[in-house]
Design a protein around this ligand. Sequence first.
Ligand code: FMN
Length: 209
Amino acid sequence: MIISLGWLDTGSAMDQDKVIQLPKPVHTGKMSLEETILRRASVRDFTSKPLTPPEISQLLWAAQGMTRKWGGRAAPSAGALYPLEIYLVTADGFFHYLPARHQLIRLSDQNLLKDLCHAALGQACTREAPAVIVMTAVHERTSGKYGQRAERYIAMEAGHAAQNILLQATALGLGGVPVGAFSDERVQKALGLPGDHRPLYLIPAGHPR
Ligand SMILES: Cc1cc2nc3c(=O)[nH]c(=O)nc-3n(C[C@H](O)[C@H](O)[C@H](O)COP(=O)(O)O)c2cc1C
C-alpha cells in the first residue's frame, strides 16, 4: 500500500519506523572532477548488486543535499526557492528524500520498479537498475515569484541536479542515465505522487555491467 504523501509537508505525525537516517555524506573522493567529467557516460546496463547506504546517501546528497547553513543545496536554484523533490525507488520500497535532515522517509514497502518501467515506455534500465532516483518539481514554488519563466528555470535546475547525480555516480565507480522519455501521468500514478509533484527525470543508477 502506498502511504499518502500529504502529511510530509506538516513535519508532524512522522511514524519513526518509516524514517531512515542516511550515513553522513563524505566531502572528499578518489577521482578528480576532471577525470569524473571525462569518464561520465550513460550507463543503461547494471549488475544486480544493490547500492549500499553510503552510496545512496552520496547520490541523494549530490542531487539536493544541504550544503549551506542557511539552507543552500548542492545544486543551484532560481531565487533559492528549491522546487525539486527527490524520490528513490528500489526493490526494497519507495522513499522520499528530506534534504534538511538527510533522511529518507519510507512511503511503501513494495517494489515499484516494474510499474516505473511500464511508465517509462518499457525502458529496461528503469526496472533492472538497483535504484532509480525520481526527480519531481513543485512548480508553484518557483512560479509564485517568476511566473511563466518558472517552467524554464525548473528544467534548468533539474539538469543541474541530474548532472550532479551522474558525476557523483561516476566518481563512486557507479553509473547512471538520465531518462526523460516516460508518461508523466503513469509515473505519477505508479508511485502515488501528489498532483503537484510533477515528474521531470528518472535516473536509474547502479554498478555498470
Ligand atoms: C533530457 C534528456 C533526456 C534523455 N532521455 C533518455 C531516455 O529516456 N532514455 C535513455 O536511455 N537515455 C536518455 N537520455 C540519455 C542520452 O541518450 C545520452 O545522454 C546521449 O546518448 C549521450 O550519451 P552520453 O550520456 O553517454 O554522453 C537523455 C538525455 C537527456 C539530456
